[in-house]
Write a protein that binds this ligand. Structure first.
Ligand code: ZN
Length: 502
């Protein structure tokens, strides 16, 4: 009798307990960071996300956001708990359908403890129900959530997701997205990818957006406000969706005269970088007071100030170039930012040449000549600038100068093969500066370590002989300022003045 009662219980217990071989480590907490030395707590360890489904509701009048995030992931270790990066108030978490305990920790960690440990290499489904007023939340003393008179915008780098959805917030963990947002009738919700549907009920309109290609968390965006949405298709066949705040005032015409050229510029850039990597392209201009633009995937964010001095196709070229260099091919660590900004800047130089406003060589010569050897500009190494200088002017201008030096070293044929081959080689993935160097060496058949060291890693101005070898500033006398210079430089003045300033 006794034995008959015990035996089935022991059997059930044995079946419920995860089978842990003697040599396996016991389940342990996932790391609170993914391992990026620039930002030790960004992203998390122990799992890899494949898809985010966000079903949200936002009320502009009160800045209240509420919703449910369903996250599909795969464990990469035996987990007793794991973190998400998030700042809003959590009501409930479920892991594989079972309610889990949760607690916030550190600056932006949400620690989730499932009822039973999770085995390595298993698919998991995490549901987070939440609400909150994003503008009241901060981490490290800042917020990147921008309220506008008619809504709000999430668009920032390297962090913006914490204010609107829980995530593994690092570009190493890319995923696809369905983002569905209900907003009061008469208001629009803009996000990445294609607009799948809109529906209206009881005073609320729901916008359902889908990004079907892997996307880094910092490249997701949400904008709520009163927008005028335009659609079209580029000559090359890329569907275009743009949106303009109805309150752009005097900047309305110049914004449209720039962003409406998205299709033309996507096609032009395809000539250099290969086929456009995503299902749709476009941009949006909300009525924010910030100054910068950001390469949010398929739907670029533009501050109205980018158009305060008239139409600005240069900034559109910069952000669209990122769709290949940064968005499809994302950096592995934030130290690899040159992979993004050096090439987006170089695209502006190519556009300048196309427009007859200065060649890439003239722009490179001007960068070299206009910064004397004692200028702090040369102390920033674009190949690993450090977190404080991640978006320093040198990452852009010295970064593009390095690309011209590479071009002069390997010749136009190999250079343009690299420029077009790279986005294909690493499409929808991640890559580092070292990966780029190896790729350029492979395509050109040349050893390039000295060149990369001189132009990307030394913290002093490359000396005249090195410059002459790279055909930089070989002419006698200082280079003249190319016509495009001021417009190109202006995109950065605006960046520098308002990084995290709001
Ligand atoms: Zn950029």
């Amino acid at each position: 009798m006794h034995r008959r009662l015990i035996a089935p219980g022991a059997l059930v217990a044995a079946l419920l307990l995860p089978a842990i071989p003697a040599f396996a480590a016991a389940p342990s907490p996932g790391a609170p960071g993914i391992g990026d030395p620039y930002y030790p707590y960004y992203g998390n360890g122990g799992y890899d996300v494949s898809h985010y489904d966000l079903r949200l509701r936002y009320q502009p009048a009160t800045d209240e956001l509420e919703g449910t995030a369903t996250i599909l992931a795969r464990t990469t270790q035996d987990l007793s708990s794991f973190d998400l990066d998030f700042l809003l108030d959590v009501d409930e978490v479920r892991v594989n359908g079972v309610s889990a305990s949760f607690a916030s920790s550190g600056q932006h960690e949400l620690v989730v403890t499932p009822r039973t440990p999770l085995a390595k290499d298993a698919p998991i489904t995490v549901v987070v129900r939440y609400h909150g007023v994003p503008s009241t939340k901060s981490a490290y003393g800042f917020t990147t959530w921008h309220r506008t008179p008619d809504g709000a915008v999430a668009a920032d780098e390297p962090e913006s997701a914490w204010w609107w959805y829980p995530s593994n917030d690092h570009p190493l963990d890319k995923a696809t997205y369905d983002v569905s947002v209900a907003v009061p009738d008469g208001t629009q919700a803009i996000s990445n990818g294609t607009l799948q549907s809109t529906s209206s009920q009881a005073g609320w309109t729901r916008y359902a957006w889908r990004e079907n290609k892997p996307q880094a968390t910092y490249l997701t965006t949400l904008a709520v406000g009163r927008f005028d949405i335009t659609t079209g298709t580029s000559e090359g066949g890329v569907p275009i969706v743009n949106a303009y705040s109805k309150d752009l005032g005097d900047n309305d015409g110049s914004a449209r005269a720039s962003v409406e050229r998205t299709g033309e510029l996507v096609d032009w850039l395809s000539g250099y970088f290969g086929p456009y990597p995503f299902s749709t392209a476009g941009g949006y201009v909300p009525n924010t007071t910030t100054g910068y633009a950001l390469e949010t995937q398929t739907r670029v964010y533009y501050s109205p100030k980018q158009f305060a001095n008239g139409a600005n196709t240069s900034v559109v070229v910069h952000e669209l170039a990122h769709q290949w260099y940064g968005d499809s091919v994302s950096l592995k660590g934030w130290k690899d930012i040159w992979i993004n900004e050096g090439f987006a800047r170089y695209a502006q130089w190519l556009w300048s040449e196309h427009e007859g406003e200065g060649t890439t060589q003239q722009l490179a010569d001007y960068v070299y000549d206009s910064h004397p050897a004692d200028d702090a500009f040369w102390t920033v190494a674009p190949g690993d600038p450090g977190p404080d200088d991640q978006f320093d002017l040198a990452v852009y201008d010295r970064g593009a100068l390095a690309i011209q030096a590479l071009r002069n070293e390997i010749g136009d044929d190999a250079f343009f093969a690299v420029l077009k081959g790279w986005p294909h080689e690493h499409a929808y993935g991640n890559a580092s500066v070292a990966d780029f160097e190896a790729y350029a060496e492979r395509v050109s058949g040349k050893s390039l370590s000295a060149l990369f060291d001189t132009w990307l890693f030394q913290t002093s101005k490359p000396a005249a002989p090195a410059a002459r070898t790279a055909s930089i500033s070989a002419a006698s006398g200082p280079a003249a300022r190319p016509k495009s210079w001021r417009r190109i430089a202006a995109t950065n003045d605006l960046h520098a003045s308002d990084l995290h300033a709001n």
